[in-house]
Ligand binder design. Structure first.
Ligand code: NAD
Ligand code: DAU
Length: 359
Protein backbone atom coordinates (compact mmCIF):
# COMPACT_ATOMS: atom_id res chain seq x y z
CA UNK A 1 0.00 0.00 0.00
CA UNK A 2 1.44 3.40 -0.91
CA UNK A 3 0.98 6.42 1.33
CA UNK A 4 -1.40 7.93 -1.26
CA UNK A 5 -3.72 4.87 -1.14
CA UNK A 6 -3.82 4.77 2.65
CA UNK A 7 -7.08 5.82 4.36
CA UNK A 8 -6.61 8.27 7.26
CA UNK A 9 -7.03 6.81 10.75
CA UNK A 10 -8.22 8.20 14.07
CA UNK A 11 -5.85 6.95 16.74
CA UNK A 12 -6.08 6.99 20.51
CA UNK A 13 -2.60 6.89 22.03
CA UNK A 14 -2.60 6.20 25.76
CA UNK A 15 0.48 7.26 27.73
CA UNK A 16 1.46 9.59 24.87
CA UNK A 17 3.09 12.08 27.26
CA UNK A 18 5.59 9.48 28.52
CA UNK A 19 8.93 8.46 27.04
CA UNK A 20 8.07 5.98 24.26
CA UNK A 21 4.52 7.27 23.84
CA UNK A 22 5.67 10.82 23.07
CA UNK A 23 8.36 9.60 20.67
CA UNK A 24 5.63 7.57 18.94
CA UNK A 25 3.29 10.59 18.76
CA UNK A 26 6.04 12.63 17.05
CA UNK A 27 6.85 9.74 14.74
CA UNK A 28 3.22 9.21 13.78
CA UNK A 29 2.39 12.88 13.24
CA UNK A 30 5.45 13.24 11.00
CA UNK A 31 4.78 10.10 8.96
CA UNK A 32 0.97 10.28 8.77
CA UNK A 33 -0.02 13.97 8.99
CA UNK A 34 -3.53 13.17 7.68
CA UNK A 35 -4.36 10.98 10.71
CA UNK A 36 -6.16 12.37 13.74
CA UNK A 37 -4.18 11.70 16.93
CA UNK A 38 -5.73 11.82 20.39
CA UNK A 39 -3.46 11.40 23.40
CA UNK A 40 -4.97 10.21 26.69
CA UNK A 41 -2.54 10.57 29.57
CA UNK A 42 -3.00 10.98 33.34
CA UNK A 43 0.23 13.03 33.60
CA UNK A 44 1.66 11.00 36.46
CA UNK A 45 5.19 11.87 37.60
CA UNK A 46 6.40 10.22 34.35
CA UNK A 47 4.07 12.13 32.02
CA UNK A 48 5.25 15.48 30.71
CA UNK A 49 3.51 17.92 28.38
CA UNK A 50 6.92 19.31 27.43
CA UNK A 51 7.41 16.04 25.51
CA UNK A 52 4.64 17.16 23.15
CA UNK A 53 5.46 20.81 22.52
CA UNK A 54 4.86 21.92 18.90
CA UNK A 55 1.96 19.50 18.49
CA UNK A 56 -0.71 21.62 20.16
CA UNK A 57 -1.00 23.84 17.13
CA UNK A 58 -1.76 20.94 14.77
CA UNK A 59 -5.45 20.74 13.83
CA UNK A 60 -5.37 16.91 13.90
CA UNK A 61 -4.00 16.64 17.42
CA UNK A 62 -5.84 16.62 20.76
CA UNK A 63 -4.48 16.06 24.26
CA UNK A 64 -6.83 14.79 26.98
CA UNK A 65 -5.68 14.60 30.58
CA UNK A 66 -7.32 11.53 32.07
CA UNK A 67 -6.94 8.09 33.58
CA UNK A 68 -7.29 4.89 31.55
CA UNK A 69 -9.15 3.40 34.55
CA UNK A 70 -11.94 5.99 34.04
CA UNK A 71 -14.38 3.95 31.97
CA UNK A 72 -16.95 6.70 31.23
CA UNK A 73 -14.16 8.99 30.00
CA UNK A 74 -12.57 6.30 27.83
CA UNK A 75 -15.93 5.24 26.33
CA UNK A 76 -16.90 8.82 25.62
CA UNK A 77 -13.59 9.51 23.89
CA UNK A 78 -13.83 6.39 21.74
CA UNK A 79 -17.34 7.36 20.61
CA UNK A 80 -16.99 11.11 20.14
CA UNK A 81 -13.75 10.77 18.20
CA UNK A 82 -14.82 7.62 16.29
CA UNK A 83 -11.53 5.95 17.20
CA UNK A 84 -10.50 3.07 14.91
CA UNK A 85 -7.05 2.35 16.40
CA UNK A 86 -5.83 2.24 20.00
CA UNK A 87 -2.09 2.23 20.70
CA UNK A 88 -1.75 1.50 24.40
CA UNK A 89 1.46 2.70 26.07
CA UNK A 90 0.06 3.98 29.39
CA UNK A 91 1.62 2.11 32.28
CA UNK A 92 3.61 2.36 35.44
CA UNK A 93 6.93 1.38 33.92
CA UNK A 94 9.77 1.48 36.47
CA UNK A 95 10.84 -1.79 38.12
CA UNK A 96 12.39 -0.10 41.19
CA UNK A 97 9.15 1.79 41.90
CA UNK A 98 7.16 -1.44 41.56
CA UNK A 99 9.34 -2.96 44.28
CA UNK A 100 8.74 0.02 46.58
CA UNK A 101 4.97 0.16 45.93
CA UNK A 102 3.21 -2.28 43.59
CA UNK A 103 -0.36 -0.94 44.02
CA UNK A 104 -0.30 1.61 41.20
CA UNK A 105 1.14 -1.06 38.88
CA UNK A 106 -1.80 -3.39 39.40
CA UNK A 107 -4.25 -0.52 39.08
CA UNK A 108 -2.92 1.02 35.86
CA UNK A 109 -1.31 -1.94 34.13
CA UNK A 110 -3.96 -4.56 34.88
CA UNK A 111 -7.20 -2.72 35.74
CA UNK A 112 -6.45 0.13 33.30
CA UNK A 113 -5.75 -2.26 30.41
CA UNK A 114 -8.91 -4.20 31.25
CA UNK A 115 -10.92 -0.95 31.25
CA UNK A 116 -9.57 -0.01 27.82
CA UNK A 117 -10.26 -3.48 26.44
CA UNK A 118 -13.86 -3.52 27.67
CA UNK A 119 -14.53 0.01 26.41
CA UNK A 120 -13.00 -0.73 23.02
CA UNK A 121 -14.91 -4.04 22.72
CA UNK A 122 -18.27 -2.27 23.11
CA UNK A 123 -17.20 0.52 20.77
CA UNK A 124 -15.99 -1.94 18.13
CA UNK A 125 -19.24 -3.96 18.29
CA UNK A 126 -21.35 -0.79 18.08
CA UNK A 127 -19.40 0.24 14.99
CA UNK A 128 -20.16 -3.12 13.33
CA UNK A 129 -16.73 -4.69 13.94
CA UNK A 130 -14.84 -2.88 11.12
CA UNK A 131 -12.08 -5.03 9.65
CA UNK A 132 -9.44 -2.31 9.85
CA UNK A 133 -9.83 -1.56 13.58
CA UNK A 134 -6.86 -2.40 15.80
CA UNK A 135 -5.97 -2.45 19.52
CA UNK A 136 -2.17 -2.54 19.87
CA UNK A 137 -0.90 -3.32 23.36
CA UNK A 138 2.71 -2.27 24.03
CA UNK A 139 4.39 -4.72 26.35
CA UNK A 140 7.84 -5.70 27.48
CA UNK A 141 10.40 -8.51 27.21
CA UNK A 142 10.44 -8.59 31.05
CA UNK A 143 7.33 -10.84 31.02
CA UNK A 144 9.64 -13.72 29.99
CA UNK A 145 11.80 -13.51 33.13
CA UNK A 146 15.56 -13.83 33.18
CA UNK A 147 18.00 -15.68 30.87
CA UNK A 148 21.17 -17.56 31.77
CA UNK A 149 24.33 -16.68 29.85
CA UNK A 150 23.91 -19.52 27.32
CA UNK A 151 20.10 -19.52 26.98
CA UNK A 152 18.51 -18.71 23.62
CA UNK A 153 16.97 -15.27 23.24
CA UNK A 154 13.27 -14.72 24.01
CA UNK A 155 10.84 -15.16 21.13
CA UNK A 156 7.05 -15.22 20.71
CA UNK A 157 6.86 -18.83 21.97
CA UNK A 158 8.86 -18.29 25.18
CA UNK A 159 6.84 -19.14 28.32
CA UNK A 160 5.90 -16.25 30.59
CA UNK A 161 7.89 -16.09 33.88
CA UNK A 162 7.70 -12.51 35.22
CA UNK A 163 9.86 -11.78 38.27
CA UNK A 164 8.97 -8.26 39.48
CA UNK A 165 5.62 -6.69 40.38
CA UNK A 166 6.07 -4.54 37.24
CA UNK A 167 6.62 -7.45 34.88
CA UNK A 168 3.90 -9.52 36.57
CA UNK A 169 1.41 -6.70 36.03
CA UNK A 170 2.45 -6.40 32.38
CA UNK A 171 2.13 -10.18 31.97
CA UNK A 172 -1.40 -9.98 33.43
CA UNK A 173 -2.32 -7.29 30.92
CA UNK A 174 -0.86 -9.31 28.02
CA UNK A 175 -3.03 -12.31 29.00
CA UNK A 176 -6.14 -10.14 29.05
CA UNK A 177 -5.37 -8.75 25.60
CA UNK A 178 -4.75 -12.23 24.24
CA UNK A 179 -8.06 -13.44 25.72
CA UNK A 180 -10.00 -10.63 24.03
CA UNK A 181 -8.79 -11.84 20.64
CA UNK A 182 -9.53 -15.49 21.35
CA UNK A 183 -12.89 -14.99 23.05
CA UNK A 184 -14.40 -12.02 21.23
CA UNK A 185 -12.36 -11.93 18.03
CA UNK A 186 -11.40 -8.36 18.92
CA UNK A 187 -8.56 -7.24 16.59
CA UNK A 188 -5.76 -7.05 19.15
CA UNK A 189 -1.98 -7.10 18.69
CA UNK A 190 0.79 -7.41 21.29
CA UNK A 191 4.42 -6.35 21.05
CA UNK A 192 7.06 -7.27 23.64
CA UNK A 193 10.04 -4.96 23.32
CA UNK A 194 13.45 -4.81 24.93
CA UNK A 195 14.98 -1.75 26.68
CA UNK A 196 14.45 1.50 24.79
CA UNK A 197 16.60 4.63 24.98
CA UNK A 198 16.59 8.08 23.39
CA UNK A 199 15.09 11.58 23.92
CA UNK A 200 12.44 12.31 26.62
CA UNK A 201 13.52 9.33 28.79
CA UNK A 202 12.60 10.08 32.42
CA UNK A 203 15.69 10.62 34.67
CA UNK A 204 15.06 7.55 36.89
CA UNK A 205 16.04 5.04 34.17
CA UNK A 206 19.62 3.83 33.68
CA UNK A 207 20.75 5.79 30.60
CA UNK A 208 19.27 9.23 31.44
CA UNK A 209 20.26 8.81 35.08
CA UNK A 210 23.89 8.24 34.08
CA UNK A 211 23.89 11.19 31.64
CA UNK A 212 22.39 13.57 34.19
CA UNK A 213 24.58 12.43 37.09
CA UNK A 214 27.71 12.89 34.97
CA UNK A 215 26.60 16.45 34.13
CA UNK A 216 26.00 17.13 37.83
CA UNK A 217 29.22 15.42 38.96
CA UNK A 218 27.26 12.91 41.07
CA UNK A 219 28.09 9.19 41.65
CA UNK A 220 26.94 6.75 38.95
CA UNK A 221 25.18 3.95 40.87
CA UNK A 222 25.66 0.55 39.20
CA UNK A 223 23.60 -2.23 40.78
CA UNK A 224 25.34 -5.39 42.05
CA UNK A 225 28.35 -6.48 39.99
CA UNK A 226 27.29 -4.55 36.87
CA UNK A 227 27.25 -7.75 34.81
CA UNK A 228 23.49 -7.76 34.13
CA UNK A 229 22.72 -7.66 30.42
CA UNK A 230 20.03 -5.72 28.55
CA UNK A 231 19.25 -5.64 24.81
CA UNK A 232 19.02 -1.93 23.84
CA UNK A 233 16.88 -0.46 21.07
CA UNK A 234 16.81 3.18 19.96
CA UNK A 235 13.26 4.43 20.56
CA UNK A 236 12.69 5.55 16.95
CA UNK A 237 13.35 1.99 15.81
CA UNK A 238 10.71 0.78 18.27
CA UNK A 239 8.29 3.26 16.67
CA UNK A 240 9.07 2.00 13.16
CA UNK A 241 8.47 -1.57 14.37
CA UNK A 242 5.05 -0.58 15.76
CA UNK A 243 4.29 1.11 12.42
CA UNK A 244 5.02 -2.16 10.57
CA UNK A 245 2.86 -4.12 13.01
CA UNK A 246 -0.10 -1.70 12.76
CA UNK A 247 -0.02 -1.57 8.97
CA UNK A 248 0.93 -5.10 8.02
CA UNK A 249 0.06 -7.63 10.73
CA UNK A 250 -3.17 -9.60 10.83
CA UNK A 251 -4.98 -9.31 14.19
CA UNK A 252 -4.20 -11.68 17.04
CA UNK A 253 -0.43 -11.72 16.52
CA UNK A 254 2.40 -11.13 18.97
CA UNK A 255 5.87 -9.82 18.09
CA UNK A 256 9.07 -9.65 20.09
CA UNK A 257 11.12 -6.53 19.25
CA UNK A 258 14.81 -6.02 20.03
CA UNK A 259 17.91 -4.30 18.78
CA UNK A 260 20.36 -7.22 18.84
CA UNK A 261 22.46 -5.09 21.18
CA UNK A 262 23.19 -7.15 24.28
CA UNK A 263 25.44 -5.15 26.60
CA UNK A 264 26.53 -5.52 30.23
CA UNK A 265 25.43 -2.59 32.35
CA UNK A 266 28.98 -1.70 33.37
CA UNK A 267 30.08 -1.61 29.71
CA UNK A 268 27.12 0.59 28.78
CA UNK A 269 27.85 3.02 31.62
CA UNK A 270 31.49 3.16 30.54
CA UNK A 271 30.43 3.94 26.96
CA UNK A 272 28.26 6.81 28.24
CA UNK A 273 31.16 8.15 30.34
CA UNK A 274 33.48 8.09 27.33
CA UNK A 275 30.94 9.85 25.12
CA UNK A 276 30.38 12.53 27.77
CA UNK A 277 34.15 13.07 28.08
CA UNK A 278 34.31 13.54 24.32
CA UNK A 279 31.20 15.70 23.82
CA UNK A 280 31.40 17.90 26.91
CA UNK A 281 34.85 19.29 27.68
CA UNK A 282 33.75 21.03 30.90
CA UNK A 283 32.44 18.20 33.04
CA UNK A 284 32.61 18.65 36.85
CA UNK A 285 34.54 15.35 37.09
CA UNK A 286 36.80 14.26 34.25
CA UNK A 287 37.19 11.48 33.15
CA UNK A 288 33.58 10.74 34.08
CA UNK A 289 34.17 7.05 34.77
CA UNK A 290 35.74 8.02 38.11
CA UNK A 291 32.15 8.53 39.26
CA UNK A 292 31.15 4.87 38.77
CA UNK A 293 30.05 3.40 42.13
CA UNK A 294 28.82 -0.14 42.70
CA UNK A 295 25.75 -0.13 44.95
CA UNK A 296 23.40 -2.66 46.55
CA UNK A 297 21.65 -4.82 43.95
CA UNK A 298 18.00 -4.44 42.93
CA UNK A 299 15.96 -7.20 44.70
CA UNK A 300 15.15 -10.02 42.25
CA UNK A 301 17.29 -8.31 39.57
CA UNK A 302 16.89 -10.17 36.24
CA UNK A 303 20.31 -11.17 34.97
CA UNK A 304 19.94 -11.12 31.21
CA UNK A 305 17.41 -10.16 28.55
CA UNK A 306 17.88 -10.90 24.85
CA UNK A 307 15.34 -10.76 22.05
CA UNK A 308 15.01 -12.78 18.88
CA UNK A 309 12.97 -10.61 16.49
CA UNK A 310 13.15 -12.99 13.50
CA UNK A 311 9.35 -13.03 13.11
CA UNK A 312 9.12 -9.25 12.82
CA UNK A 313 12.16 -9.07 10.55
CA UNK A 314 11.09 -11.84 8.15
CA UNK A 315 7.29 -11.51 8.14
CA UNK A 316 6.97 -7.72 8.35
CA UNK A 317 10.31 -6.76 6.84
CA UNK A 318 11.44 -4.61 9.79
CA UNK A 319 14.96 -3.85 10.84
CA UNK A 320 16.47 -1.32 13.25
CA UNK A 321 18.30 1.54 11.56
CA UNK A 322 20.32 3.04 14.43
CA UNK A 323 23.41 1.29 15.82
CA UNK A 324 24.00 1.36 19.58
CA UNK A 325 27.06 3.60 19.10
CA UNK A 326 25.11 6.12 17.02
CA UNK A 327 21.98 5.97 19.23
CA UNK A 328 24.00 6.52 22.40
CA UNK A 329 25.87 9.42 20.82
CA UNK A 330 22.57 11.07 19.83
CA UNK A 331 21.11 10.43 23.29
CA UNK A 332 24.10 11.79 25.21
CA UNK A 333 24.06 14.87 22.96
CA UNK A 334 20.30 15.29 23.59
CA UNK A 335 20.78 15.32 27.40
CA UNK A 336 23.69 17.74 27.01
CA UNK A 337 21.57 20.12 24.92
CA UNK A 338 18.30 19.79 26.82
CA UNK A 339 19.04 20.52 30.48
CA UNK A 340 15.97 22.82 30.39
CA UNK A 341 13.92 19.64 29.84
CA UNK A 342 15.43 17.49 32.61
CA UNK A 343 16.31 20.06 35.31
CA UNK A 344 12.64 20.64 36.36
CA UNK A 345 12.10 16.87 36.65
CA UNK A 346 14.59 16.62 39.54
CA UNK A 347 11.77 17.70 41.87
CA UNK A 348 11.42 17.19 45.61
CA UNK A 349 9.34 14.07 44.94
CA UNK A 350 12.11 12.78 42.67
CA UNK A 351 14.82 13.53 45.25
CA UNK A 352 12.82 11.65 47.90
CA UNK A 353 12.44 8.66 45.56
CA UNK A 354 16.17 8.82 44.74
CA UNK A 355 17.11 8.83 48.41
CA UNK A 356 14.91 5.81 49.14
CA UNK A 357 16.39 3.72 46.32
CA UNK A 358 20.04 4.73 46.61
CA UNK A 359 20.73 5.16 50.31
P1 NAD B 1 6.77 6.08 30.96
O1 NAD B 1 6.71 5.73 32.40
O2 NAD B 1 7.83 6.99 30.44
O3 NAD B 1 5.37 6.71 30.50
C1 NAD B 1 4.15 6.21 30.92
C2 NAD B 1 3.07 7.22 30.57
O4 NAD B 1 1.80 6.68 30.97
C3 NAD B 1 3.22 8.55 31.32
O5 NAD B 1 3.00 9.63 30.44
C4 NAD B 1 2.12 8.51 32.37
O6 NAD B 1 1.62 9.79 32.73
C5 NAD B 1 1.07 7.66 31.68
N1 NAD B 1 0.19 6.96 32.63
C6 NAD B 1 0.54 6.24 33.71
N2 NAD B 1 -0.55 5.77 34.35
C7 NAD B 1 -1.62 6.21 33.64
C8 NAD B 1 -3.02 6.04 33.78
N3 NAD B 1 -3.54 5.33 34.78
N4 NAD B 1 -3.83 6.62 32.87
C9 NAD B 1 -3.32 7.34 31.85
N5 NAD B 1 -2.01 7.54 31.68
C10 NAD B 1 -1.16 6.97 32.55
O7 NAD B 1 6.81 4.69 30.20
P2 NAD B 1 7.60 4.26 28.87
O8 NAD B 1 8.98 3.88 29.22
O9 NAD B 1 7.37 5.25 27.82
O10 NAD B 1 6.83 2.91 28.51
C11 NAD B 1 5.65 2.96 27.71
C12 NAD B 1 5.12 1.53 27.55
O11 NAD B 1 6.09 0.73 26.92
C13 NAD B 1 4.80 0.85 28.88
O12 NAD B 1 3.62 0.10 28.69
C14 NAD B 1 5.99 -0.07 29.12
O13 NAD B 1 5.59 -1.20 29.84
C15 NAD B 1 6.38 -0.43 27.70
N6 NAD B 1 7.80 -0.73 27.47
C16 NAD B 1 8.77 0.14 27.89
C17 NAD B 1 10.10 -0.13 27.60
C18 NAD B 1 11.21 0.81 28.00
O14 NAD B 1 12.38 0.48 27.81
N7 NAD B 1 10.92 1.98 28.53
C19 NAD B 1 10.44 -1.30 26.88
C20 NAD B 1 9.41 -2.16 26.50
C21 NAD B 1 8.10 -1.86 26.77
O1 DAU C 1 13.25 -4.61 29.15
C1 DAU C 1 12.25 -3.66 28.97
C2 DAU C 1 12.10 -2.85 30.22
O2 DAU C 1 13.24 -1.99 30.28
C3 DAU C 1 10.82 -2.03 30.28
O3 DAU C 1 9.73 -2.91 30.32
C4 DAU C 1 10.80 -1.12 31.52
O4 DAU C 1 9.66 -0.30 31.49
C5 DAU C 1 12.04 -0.27 31.48
O5 DAU C 1 12.09 0.54 32.65
C6 DAU C 1 13.29 -1.13 31.39
O6 DAU C 1 13.46 -1.90 32.59
P1 DAU C 1 14.91 -2.11 33.26
O7 DAU C 1 14.72 -2.43 34.68
O8 DAU C 1 15.74 -3.02 32.44
O9 DAU C 1 15.49 -0.61 33.04
P2 DAU C 1 16.35 0.34 34.00
O10 DAU C 1 16.74 1.52 33.17
O11 DAU C 1 15.66 0.62 35.29
O12 DAU C 1 17.63 -0.52 34.31
C7 DAU C 1 18.45 -1.04 33.28
C8 DAU C 1 19.53 -1.90 33.93
O13 DAU C 1 20.39 -1.03 34.68
C9 DAU C 1 19.01 -2.91 34.91
O14 DAU C 1 19.81 -4.08 34.85
C10 DAU C 1 19.17 -2.24 36.26
C11 DAU C 1 20.42 -1.40 36.06
N1 DAU C 1 20.48 -0.15 36.83
C12 DAU C 1 19.40 0.71 36.79
C13 DAU C 1 19.41 1.89 37.50
C14 DAU C 1 18.22 2.81 37.46
C15 DAU C 1 21.61 0.19 37.56
O15 DAU C 1 22.60 -0.57 37.60
N2 DAU C 1 21.62 1.36 38.27
C16 DAU C 1 20.57 2.22 38.28
O16 DAU C 1 20.64 3.27 38.96
Amino acid sequence: MTLAQRQPHTILITGGAGFIGSNFVHYWCNHYPGDRVIVLDALTYAGNLNNLTDLDTRPNFRFVKGNICDRPLVSQLLTEEAIDTVVHFAAESHVDRSILGPDAFIQTNVVGTFTLLESFRHHWVERGKPEGDRFLHISTDEVYGSLGSTDSAFNERTAYAPNSPYSASKAGSDHLVRAYFHTYGMPTLITNCSNNYGPYHFPEKLIPLMCINILLGKPLPVYGDGQNIRDWLYVEDHCSALDRVLHHSPPGETYTIGGNNEVKNIDLVTMICNLMDELSPELPVHPAKQLITFVKDRPGHDRRYAIDSTKLRTQLNWQPSVTLEEGLRRTVQWYLTNSNWWQPLLSEEYQAYYKTVYT
